[in-house]
Design a protein around this ligand. Sequence first.
Ligand code: ADP
Ligand code: MG
Length: 477
Amino acid sequence: MVNNKEGSDAFFTSLYMNDDQLNQIWKNVLGEMETHISPVVFKTWFKNSRLLGITGSQAEIGVTNRATVNFLQKFTEGQLKNSLSNFAGNYIQSITYSVVATAKPAKKDAVPVVDQQLFADPPVRQNNAVSAHSLPSNLNPKYVFSNFIVGNRNRLAYAAAKAVADQPGVMYNPLYLYGGVGLGKTHLMQAVGNEIIRRDPTKQVLYVSCEGFTNDYVASIQRNRPDDFKRKYRSVDVFLVDDIQFMAGKDGTQEEFFHTFNALYQTNKQIIITSDKIPSEIKDLEERLSSRFSSGMIADIQPPDIETRQAILQAKCIERNILLPQEGLAYIATQIESNIRELEGALTTVIGRLEGKSNPTLEEIRQALSGLTVNQPHKKTSFDILSNIVCEQFSVSMDDLRGPCRQKELVRPRQVLMYLLKHELGMTFPSIGRELGGRDHTTAMHAVDKIEKEMKKSNDLLQELSSIKERFYSARA
Ligand code: ADP
Ligand code: MG
């Protein structure tokens, strides 16, 4: 619902809370929103906004123009409701917007520039924001396709997710995404939801964690309101269920989920499920569920390779407006391999420890990261694994390879290792040189070049390389 109160005296009066309370809540909400979206977007759309009142489960927000109403409804409504609910201590089910004149008229240059393309079709939900059946989607607006970095190990999952966002309920239903922790399952799943709402704000998207679903189900039984539960879950267009492995062993929930699944599936509603395992590997999951989950598209996400890790770090730096040298990012990427959440965490730590230093050197970055990697002494890096395999293969030691000796017996394994560090780990020539006894980057370049040329002529070399690679990948798995 959009009220037009231009010039109204009621502008800053709240209904049931005083202005100070409302201002404090809004300040907290904005603080949280700010961490989810880019500074420019935040400034453009939230600058002159106010929380006008909260009545029961309804909040009223005042903004200065309709473009802002459109934007907030389209892109941030779920997040706003969550955040308002948190800080107001009330479940906020709906938001109304009022276009009001500000006390201090915004300066000309602060007027939001409306993206005509974006708003060519006014969102249909514009006038029914309070409609009773409109559920909060629970989506986090920060999980979108545009900030999801695609690499070799997540390409398939990304492509499937895009296809689903293009045509929900048509191609891959259900879409089942699986992979280890912190590899982007939740991000990708929510990106689909956010994209579907962006294109069509009338679509009901519902994201729940497996626990959320379970809790809701249990509560509905306790309150003896099974119909409410059914109505809620069976009225959605797009149903996103995160970490389904936690449904293992919960028979009642599985039973209910089975019926929910069928009801949605039969009416061509899109279902996306994530898990850390493929369906058949989830213990204590009913066979009829596991076979339903396998009936659509199953896509895996594997730990990112070095290039992707570096690209992710780069993207996160751009997002945060921070400049770190390439080799610094490459170094962080070689040290943190396990998952993207840790990679982000490491970057945050490094940035924090560098305390805004403008041109940090590689050494400073190394130092900033050192405590973190010392905390995982048990964890071998890919560099260590690969070097060990090469040393074993040629019966040499790493000290030999790092040392100055240029005997033929050492030159060849050194070149092979340099080649593999380049091609398998994506290390830069300077860092390869540095790791192998402080050699010059041109030495590493020549070595890699030499191996590449010889590979074309020598079958033995090819076989040697592929057996090393095989051992490397099985050691890492
Ligand atoms: P999962 O659900 O698989 O445990 P998440 O989706 O929560 O992992 O991802 C963990 C963090 O890493 C999130 O902050 C997410 O935004 C980020 N992330 C994961 N994959 C990517 C990617 N390909 N590009 C950019 N950020 C990513
Ligand atoms: Mg997750």
